[in-house]
Ligand binder design. Structure first.
Ligand code: GTP
Ligand code: MG
Length: 394
């Protein structure tokens, strides 16, 4: 009798445990299928920290390449997904993070304004974060110079502020056809820079014919083929005179008024072959995009390009664009794929130049100089990227 009741109790307990197990399995499988459904319908920024943000960004980058192929179905899917994620600021901060990503505006279809929105410093810091690495790569900083005698002292101070080990950096200036004493000023600056940098050269390039005159003459749209063609020639001449065995070439225009002291580390951290930061200028209280040559194509701009004649030059910065300037790509993260670059500040892996990447002096796919270089780079299979949170001030 006693034995029978023990047996009954054991069976009763086993059935109960089995039932509870079944119940938990049912709850678990329901949760899994709910999660699967939600991640299929939109990109989820679960956790929302920088890592998750970047994962979603990678996905967006893949979609971007489909846009370039004019796959309209893919484009629609991309647009739907993008609006799911970005509309209403779905960029949720992690509970652990003190940084809120709210405030970064969604990527528009094309850039309508060149205003650069001021972001909370904590967001800027988070998006500029990079992992410190042992510095071993050598860098060649190249600056074409022309009629900038009065600006070279400031440029010297900026170069001296660079925190990347100066012993790994060499610098070369390439001057031609100046009407002031730029060449003399550059030689004096070089004497100072040689005190800390590995090597500093000043080349007087054997060229002439640059457009001189007022700012409006130099920048008149009808002069751009000539102006930019000449600049491309100067850049190529400087490159072939100065590039030895350095790992990277960092192009910096001599008339920039500020770049962050860790500009080299920032750009290297992208680990891309070609990288441009966001070049801005201060217009009173407004911060605006200066380098409008750094952009991403859009379906609209590609249609426009398709209808251009082979000998037509496409330039940016003269009114409304059909493209996306780098400032408008911030919602995608710290390193974003682009299609055009300016030369205000531009990092290029030397291997690319050594394999034939130059600044087109004539039209290449309707573009010239730096934008031509980006087109050529893509044609050669190199990656072209921008860092919209790294700001250089012109
Ligand atoms: N060697 C050389 N350098 C040039 C020539 N024209 C401009 N540069 C330099 O190339 C860089 C870019 O030229 P900028 O004239 O500043 O071009 P930009 O920034 O588009 O236009 P700005 O609004 O005039 O500053 C600067 O470092 C110039 O000093 C040229 O004819 N020869
Ligand atoms: Mg300039």
């Amino acid at each position: 009798m006693k034995l029978r009741s023990i047996r009954a109790l054991t069976i009763f307990t086993a059935v109960n445990i089995f039932g509870i197990l079944l119940f938990y399995m049912w709850v678990f499988s329901n949760q899994v299928s709910r999660l699967k459904k939600s991640s299929a319908s939109k990109i989820v920024f679960s956790g929302g920290g920088a890592g998750d943000f970047r994962a979603a960004v990678t996905r967006s980058a893949v979609e971007h390449h489909r846009i370039q192929q004019f796959d309209l179905d893919a484009l629609n899917r991309f647009e739907n997904e993008k609006s799911n994620v970005l509309a209403g600021h779905t960029l949720k901060p992690s509970k652990k993070s003190h940084v809120s990503l709210v405030g970064i505006k969604p990527v528009p279809e094309v850039s309508e304004s060149d205003d650069v929105r001021e972001l909370d410093q904590s967001i800027m810091r988070q998006m500029q974060e990079y992992r410190e690495k042992l510095a071993k790569d050598t860098i060649l900083i190249l600056s074409p110079i022309h009629d900038v005698a009065g600006k070279l002292k400031n440029f010297q101070r900026l170069l001296q502020s660079i925190t990347y080990p100066n012993s790994l950096i060499s610098i070369a200036f390439g001057e031609d056809s100046s009407s002031d004493n730029t060449l003399h000023a550059a030689r004096n600056v070089a004497l100072e820079l040689r005190k800390s940098f590995s090597r500093v050269d000043v080349f007087h390039l054997n060229m002439s014919g640059q457009i001189n005159g007022s700012w409006s003459t130099i920048h008149h749209s009808k002069n751009q083929l000539h102006r930019r063609g000449h600049l491309a020639e100067a850049r190529n001449a400087l490159l072939s005179a100065a590039l030895k065995d350095q790992d990277w070439v960092l192009w910096i225009d001599s008339d920039v008024s500020f770049f962050p002291p860790d500009i080299v580390q920032q750009l290297l951290s992208a680990e891309k072959e070609i990288v441009a930061p966001l070049c801005v200028y201060q217009d009173g209280k407004r911060k605006r995009v200066f380098d409008k040559n750094t952009w991403r194509e859009t379906p609209q701009s590609l249609v426009h390009l398709k209808h251009m004649l082979l000998n037509e030059l496409m330039v940016e910065g003269y009114g409304q664009t059909k493209r996306l300037w780098l400032s408008d790509l911030r919602a995608e993260g710290r390193v974003v794929p682009i299609d055009g670059v300016g030369g205000c500040t531009l990092l290029i892996r030397s291997k690319c130049h050594k394999e034939g990447l130059v600044f087109p002096e004539e039209l290449f796919q309707n573009h010239i100089e730096t934008e031509g270089l980006a087109k050529l780079a893509k044609h050669m299979g190199f990656g072209v990227y921008g860092m919209p949170f790294v700001e250089v001030v012109h």
